[in-house]
Design a protein around this ligand. Structure first.
Ligand code: UD1
Length: 420
């Protein structure tokens, strides 16, 4: 298991380029199951989660080859319709194969995802929506068994905005008979990217990017080439790194419109920002102002930036609160940030943070992807040496994060291969 060793206190300077969005790739890749043939997915990040999804598709007979950042996928020979526990336990997004498999092949067997490091994450909305579309769903010893002759259109009203359930339902409904209407659909950019891929495959979808999506089912789709949108969470993480480390940085190859909730709060915290069509420049002030945030579905403040924001507020001049309304238990980073000298109290799903003058290096433990990012950011700011253990979580969602940070002037290195 790798670890990172960071010597904090370096000012960040320079330009960092953002890769393709993990959460978009994890939806685009299973969408290839919807029509036989050859696909090219450009700007696909080289991440452990993408590798896991590739392995899952390969286990079904799909060919997946990476050339630089383009995935070449061939779905001519799909011969298995199952997502076994080994894959799903590594990555919940494996559930994304359910909709396409039932829609195209009329059958799927997908392991139920377990809980996450930060709590239970149900899939009831995915299953209810598929049932509405006419699939027969049974749960058998930890597996979802879904069957359907041809799915039939339905009106689906989600009581919670869910990225995954919207994506799965969209992929199922494109081949259903009739016009499906999804209400309270997720508006995340990754869902728009997926919908646009489906349209380029011949799907008929209206209301893309709104909370009401209408899908007129077609009899068959065809393969397509698509480019993955930039990763707004990687971009946001780099901006917060700059904010914490007296940065003068330029984040390139991002989509600033996808980051507006974060940039508005960075502005409130005193950052000088200059926003272009595909870049954001950030110039950090001497003092960081405390700014309360509450996570919300897009276009609100992303839950995937909550941990990093807490790291930033840990050294703000004053007190702030951070509330997670999406995942109530997603706070495993707090005890670790406290090891670095932060003053944070957790009350249910709200962290009350009293800004401290300085953080001091310590040994801390990664528990999940975004918590790990927050610990790296805090370590970059802390005086002295910070060791972040179990950084394999980071490799799920950040490509070469240490190299990108090194290029900005951070003193961070990966120590590989030992058992810590
Ligand atoms: C996706 C993202 C994840 C992000 C999350 C919220 C991917 C691969 N992952 O996860 O990075 O943190 O959106 O922005 O895109 N819920 C239910 N029942 C369900 C499904 C969800 O109650 O069947 C609840 C969840 O517990 C959560 C809320 O709905 O409280 C939103 O979750 P959802 O948007 O579905 O998250 P994911 O798609 O799993």
């Amino acid at each position: 298991m790798d670890k990172f060793i960071i010597h904090g206190g370096k000012n960040l300077r320079g330009t960092v380029s953002i890769g393709g969005a993990k959460n978009a790739s994890l939806a685009l890749m299973p969408a290839t199951l919807l029509a036989s043939g050859k696909y090219e997915l450009a700007n696909t990040p080289d991440l452990r989660d993408v590798f896991t999804m590739s392995k899952l598709l390969q286990s079904m007979g799909v060919t997946v080859e990476r050339k630089d950042h383009t995935l070449h996928i061939n779905t001519f020979r799909v011969n298995k319709f199952e997502a076994p526990y080994e894959h799903v336990k590594k990555m919940r997004a494996s559930i994304y194969v359910l909709g396409p498999l039932v829609a195209r092949y009329g059958k799927a067997k997908v392991s139920l995802p377990g809980g996450c490091a930060w709590g239970p994450r149900p899939v009831n909305l995915h299953l209810e929506a598929l049932k509405k579309l006419g699939a027969k769903i049974e749960l058998d010893r930890g597996y979802i068994i879904a069957k359907a002759r041809r799915l039939k259109a339905a009106r689906i009203v989600f009581n919670i905005s869910s990225v995954g359930a919207t994506g799965n339902t969209l992929m199922a409904a494109v081949l259903a008979k009739g016009t499906t209407r999804i209400e309270n659909a997720a508006m995340e950019p990754e869902i728009i990217n997926l919908a646009e891929m489906l349209v380029s495959m011949g799907a008929k979808i209206g209301g893309i990017g709104t909370t009401t999506i209408e899908i007129e089912g077609v009899d068959a789709l065809h393969p397509a080439h698509i480019s993955t949108i930039p990763d707004r969470i990687e971009a946001g993480t780099m901006l917060v790194a700059g904010a914490l480390c007296n940065g003068k940085i330029r984040v390139e190859n991002c989509e600033p419109a996808h980051l507006s909730a974060l940039t508005a709060r960075l502005d409130d915290a005193g950052m000088k920002l200059s926003v272009g069509s595909s870049f954001i420049e950030l110039h950090a002030p001497k003092e960081i102002l405390p700014v309360a945030v509450s996570t919300a579905p897009y276009p609100g403040f992303p839950t995937d930036m909550q941990a990093q924001w807490i790291a930033l507020m840990a050294i703000a001049k004053g007190s702030s609160t951070v509330t997670d309304t999406i995942y109530f238990d997603r706070f495993k980073h707090i005890p670790e940030l406290i090891r670095l000298g932060a003053n944070i109290e957790l009350n249910e799903n709200t962290a009350a943070i009293k800004g401290v003058k300085k953080l001091i290096g310590a040994k801390v433990m990664s528990t999940d992807l975004r918590a790990s990012a927050a610990l790296i950011l805090a370590g970059l700011r802390a005086e002295g040496e910070t060791e972040v253990l179990r950084v394999y979580h980071l490799d799920r969602g950040y490509e070469a994060i240490e190299k990108k940070l090194q290029n900005l002037g951070a003193d961070i290195k990966r120590v590989a291969g030992e058992e810590f």
